[in-house]
Ligand binder design. Structure first.
Ligand code: SAM
Ligand code: DTB
Ligand code: SF4
Length: 333
């Protein structure tokens, strides 16, 4: 589908009447995934705050005055302990984020490589998001056994410069190409609810779905508006608009994971049920995302009420094998 995919085609899907859109997305979803399962992923902020980048949504940017815990790169031991707890809570993927423009300090980068090795030896998927990468850095992460690299396109190419002034959309694409070159699977999605237009959301989905191959994992974040950031007063996105994004992502990228990422705190059970029906099959669990609150314990109740369960490590492995095989890459898992 990818090469000939136009924004017009995506708009036709995105704007379908809701019963039609949901039916199509759910049909695609169950053809490729078990619709009763959700992958639990745990985030760990391995380096917090004081980031040199100017991203208007982000509480960790040094350009804004936001009260968050700030600390340097965590130790491997700290990460292992957090991962153990996450695994005990049913997480099969451990995602480590650093408030960096990109890795610059050799010793710190080596420590991140050790973190990746440690997580992989615990039988979990290991994902990191460290900002811009060159090919050599990507190759070293691959060598350490990294499952996936998270690097979001975040919004449409046109809206990008309104949100992020210290790098370009093309810089992001380049890092994704470097990750692809070394055979690591790609996790890339974006944020909705940043005051962008529907055309921007469609444009973002177009950019993601026409990556060749598309990302194996697609996080859809609903903006968490944080006081002190320029987007603190962004107009809230309608619930159904988020459902449309998820359903369209599912139809466009049938074998990928679609992750209902930031923004679940305060979302109703019914809304999350709609998102799962529309094809989301992964969430971030725990009390905290990177710096903002997340439902924590509430997710056990959510699964029970919806009669759904979290994926076992084996089911996660099968999903990963399917997604990478569909993209013609040799998964590391
Ligand atoms: N510094 C690295 C980078 O930007 O690639 C990795 C960490 S950064 C915090 C990872 C992602 O978090 C961003 O690409 C963005 O999609 C998401 N994010 C940051 N702040 C957010 C917010 N307030 N609401 C929703 N998502 C957010
Ligand atoms: C992604 O797409 N969302 C996560 C993860 N990848 C790194 C981050 C969400 C951050 C939400 C704001 C915060 O907690 O600081
Ligand atoms: Fe830094 Fe990433 Fe936040 Fe941008 S999104 S300010 S790069 S941590």
């Amino acid at each position: 589908m990818a090469e000939n995919l136009t924004r017009d085609t995506i708009r036709e899907i995105y704007e379908l009447p809701i019963p039609e859109l949901l039916y199509r997305a759910a049909t695609v979803h169950r053809a490729h995934h078990d619709p009763t399962k959700v992958q639990f992923c745990q985030l760990e902020n391995i380096k917090s705050g004081k980031c040199q980048e100017d991203c208007k949504y982000c509480p960790q940017s040094a350009h804004y005055d936001v009260e968050i815990p700030e600390y340097g790169l965590e130790s491997v031991q700290q990460v292992i302990e957090a991962a153990r707890e996450a695994r005990d809570g049913g997480a099969t993927r451990f995602c480590m984020g650093a408030a960096w423009r990109g890795p610059r300090n050799e010793q710190e980068f080596e420590r991140v490589l050790d973190m990746v090795r440690a997580i992989r030896s615990m039988g979990m998927e290991a994902c990191v998001t460290l900002g811009l990468l060159n090919e050599d850095q990507a190759a070293r992460l691959a060598e350490a056994g990294l499952t996936s690299y998270n690097h979001n396109l975040d919004t449409s190419p046109e809206y990008y410069e309104k949100i992020i002034t210290t790098r370009t959309f093309e810089d992001r694409l380049k890092t994704i190409r470097n990750v692809r070159k070394v055979g690591v699977s790609v996790c890339s999605g974006g944020i909705v609810g940043m005051g962008e237009s529907r055309e921007d959301r469609i444009g973002m989905l177009h950019s993601l779905a026409t990556l060749d191959p598309p990302p194996e994992s697609v996080p859809i974040n609903l903006l968490v508006p944080v006081e002190g950031t320029p987007l603190e007063k962004a107009p809230p996105l309608g619930n159904i608009e988020l459902v449309r994004c998820i359903a369209t992502a599912r139809i466009l990228m049938p074998t990928s994971r679609v992750r209902l990422s930031a923004g679940r705190q305060g979302m109703t059970t019914e809304m999350q049920a709609l998102c799962f029906f529309a094809g989301a099959n992964s969430i971030f669990t725990g009390e905290k995302l990177l710096t903002t609150p997340n439902p924590g314990e509430g997710d056990q109740a959510l699964m029970e009420i919806l009669g759904m369960t979290s994926e076992s490590a084996e089911e996660t492995n099968q999903e990963f094998a399917q997604a990478t095989a569909a993209n013609g890459i040799n998964g590391q898992n």
